[in-house]
Design a protein around this ligand. Structure first.
Ligand code: ZN
Length: 171
């Protein structure tokens, strides 16, 4: 194996492990050490939402830890957390992108069912409250199905992850 080198999470430049000291955007990042930057300029441009890919990809989870995180990921998506944030957490936690891609379609279907069930319940409650004189207020649904744009963002993140993994393999 060659010397461990790392890349700037902002511009992708290689940071030599001995020659260059990595820069960090702030004290928190300095302690976390997951998002090194090559220069003060890059550190100033660092945005955790945009530069979320870590310089070094985490080891792949296996066995029970893998299953637990996958279940948690599924549950978070079903209750309506933003797909991009949930998928990023799963990737950073060590679930392979191929597994997430495989499960995403099933999770979306489960989410749609969950929303439909809630809507049915809300309509029932609405009818009851209408019959008993409390108006239509309960008919308003606050829960929505997946916005296809937000799912597309999550898929784009899976692809960025695969590109970073391919780069790491070729190093
Ligand atoms: Zn840089």
């Amino acid at each position: 194996m060659s010397e461990p080198s790392t890349i700037c999470v902002v511009c992708g430049t290689e940071i030599h492990p001995f020659r260059d000291a990595p820069h960090y955007a702030n004290a928190y990042e300095k302690v976390r050490k997951k998002s090194p930057c090559c220069s003060a300029t890059c550190a100033a441009e660092f945005n955790p939402d945009q530069h979320w890919l870590p310089a070094e990809l985490p080891p792949t989870l296996e066995g029970k830890a893998h299953d637990r995180l996958l279940v948690r990921t599924r549950n978070r998506l079903i209750v309506g957390e933003p797909p991009r944030a949930v998928i990023r957490d799963a990737l950073l936690g060590g679930i392979p992108s191929s597994i997430l891609r495989l499960h995403l379609a099933e999770i979306v279907a489960a989410r749609e069912q969950h929303v439909e069930k809630q809507e049915t319940q809300q309509i029932k409650r609405g009818i009851l409250s209408f019959l008993f004189g409390r108006g239509h207020a309960a008919l308003e649904s606050t829960d929505e199905g997946f916005d296809p744009r937000r799912l597309a963002e999550a898929h784009a993140d899976l692809e960025s992850w695969d590109r970073a993994a391919a780069r790491a393999r070729n190093q």
